[in-house]
Design a binder for this molecule. Structure first.
Ligand code: C2O
Ligand code: CU
Ligand code: CU
Length: 475
């Protein structure tokens, strides 16, 4: 039986709002922090990373310690940096009391090294894996991918950035100085200051969102710019939230990179959308400016879903003070990279994303692809190594889904409306709106392994955990 005292505690936690905690934050100081840069132990092209998955304590709010998880640090992971053609080796020790995994999101790699649900790292064991970097420079990331637990594990902190470094002479490249990781996440806190994960049906259906914005694990982020031209590697590391980003006042900037790496040419714009797991790199001139990066909620649709989704959640992401920025010798390049074209199509597949609502969802299998919920014992697709495929992905549900495919970088070839901005580049996640059909084209790497599947899934982590995921092998 639940004691009265316990009950009261629970009730209080359930209705607590973090306003007090937030008021408690000092806003005067520059608190922006880049995660520690880890370049591994190098011997020629061979780079070795020793990482530890651990629990810890992190001070998000003054005088309050919050229990967290992290990778070789208390919350989130170090930034791992490698070069094209490197042979990267990992020894990842799990010191938690439960099984998890580490997946290399965006990497082209053998299925055994993928780090999805088929590569569990049990408590007190070490996962040794390795793969060669066979793709162009890009901002990738890594995160937990344990079956049915991805949402919870990432929320607690099992995520970090992985950079494949470029040597473009014009681009800012001094990590933490003018080349900055910006991991955007949202969290809910109870009044003790502990992170609060799913607290009801709405979180499970819409995905877990929170009212506190973190940038690299810091609340109310303020950055003191050291250089006049900054490269921001934006990563949406949130479980479910889609950000519509711009600078207050409409300051323009250049998009230079997408999930798969550099675009062909910089694109001048003043806003962008960043869905869960997407990365967009931008260049912004900050000298003498005081910039506020903001999220503006888009107007939701109509009906029940519309009202559930259109909760106004305009928020500040971070502030950039450019008043002391020194003149940079870097500039906005004319050309960034050359993209290889696809010269054939071997096969076309169709996928349909479905979601049951309300009482129907209670009957089970609320989230499916082509009518099936993810089953670790069922193989959904078989792909030929080296083949070029078009995947037509339809969203038959009433909310948008960021669809992700492991082991590839694709190009979007068809969607409702114009393909623009970062969507002109290589991608591994694409946001698919209700009733939309998006077509993507990709070439599967030459790795084959009939026994180890890769995943494709919605990157709203509660949808992934709920079954909106499938498996393919490459043979
Ligand atoms: Cu970022 Cu299958 O995940
Ligand atoms: Cu992935
Ligand atoms: Cu989804």
């Amino acid at each position: 039986m639940i004691s009265r005292r316990k009950f009261i505690q629970f009730g209080a936690i359930a209705i607590a709002v973090p306003t007090k905690l937030l008021a408690n934050i000092t806003t005067k100081k520059f608190n922006f922090k880049s995660p520690v840069l880890n370049t591994g132990v190098r011997n020629g092209n061979k780079v070795v990373f020793d990482l530890t998955i651990k629990s810890g304590w992190k001070q998000f709010f003054n005088d309050i310690k919050t229990p967290t998880w992290g990778i070789s640090q208390d919350f989130l992971g170090q930034t791992l940096q490698v070069n094209p053609d490197d042979e990267v080796h990992f020894a990842i020790k799990n010191t938690l009391k439960e099984t998890t995994t580490i997946h290399w999101h965006g990497a082209k790699l053998p299925a055994k090294a993928d780090g999805g649900p088929h590569q569990p790292i049990k408590p007190n064991t070490t996962w040794n894996t390795n793969f060669k970097i066979i793709q162009p420079p890009a901002t990738l990331w890594y995160h937990a991918h344990q079956m049915h637990k991805t949402g919870e594990h990432v929320y607690k902190g099992l995520a970090g950035m992985m950079i494949i470094k470029d040597n473009h002479k014009d681009l800012p490249s001094d990590y933490g100085v003018d080349d900055l990781p910006i991991i955007i996440q949202d969290r809910d806190f109870d009044k003790r200051g502990f992170m609060r994960y799913i607290s009801g049906m709405r979180d499970r259906m819409m995905g877990k969102t929170g009212s506190v914005i973190l940038v690299n694990g810091v609340v109310k982020t303020k950055l003191k710019a050291k250089k006049s031209l900054l490269r921001l590697r934006l990563l949406n590391g949130s479980n479910a939230k889609i950000y519509n980003l711009s600078f207050k006042g409409g300051e323009s900037f250049h998009i230079i990179g997408s999930d798969g790496g550099l675009l062909e040419k910089p694109i001048l714009t003043n806003k962008l959308t960043l869905a869960p797991a997407e990365r967009i790199e931008i260049l912004v001139q900050v000298a003498g400016k005081n910039l506020q990066l903001i999220h503006t909620s888009s107007s939701g649709g109509t009906g029940m879903m519309g009202s559930m989704m259109s909760r106004s959640d305009n928020s500040n992401i971070m502030q950039i003070d450019g008043s002391k920025a020194k003149t940079s010798n870097k500039k906005i390049p004319k050309n960034l990279s050359i993209h290889t074209k696809f010269d054939k199509v071997d096969k076309t597949r169709e996928f349909n994303l479905e979601m049951k609502m309300g009482p129907m969802a209670m009957l089970g299998n609320a989230f499916t692809i082509n009518g099936k919920a993810m089953d670790i014992n069922v193989l959904n697709e078989i792909v030929q190594a080296g083949s070029v495929e078009i995947w037509k992905i339809r969203n038959s549900s009433m909310m948008p889904h960021p669809f992700h495919i492991h082991n590839v970088q694709f190009k979007i070839i068809k969607r409702f409306g114009k393909i623009a901005g970062a969507e002109l580049g290589f991608k591994d996640v694409v946001l698919i709106h209700p009733n939309e059909v998006v077509e993507v084209i990709m070439k599967f790497p030459d790795y084959s392994d009939k026994n180890s599947p890769y995943m494709y899934h919605c990157h709203i982590l509660e949808h992934e955990d709920g079954g909106m995921m499938g498996q393919f092998v490459v043979i």
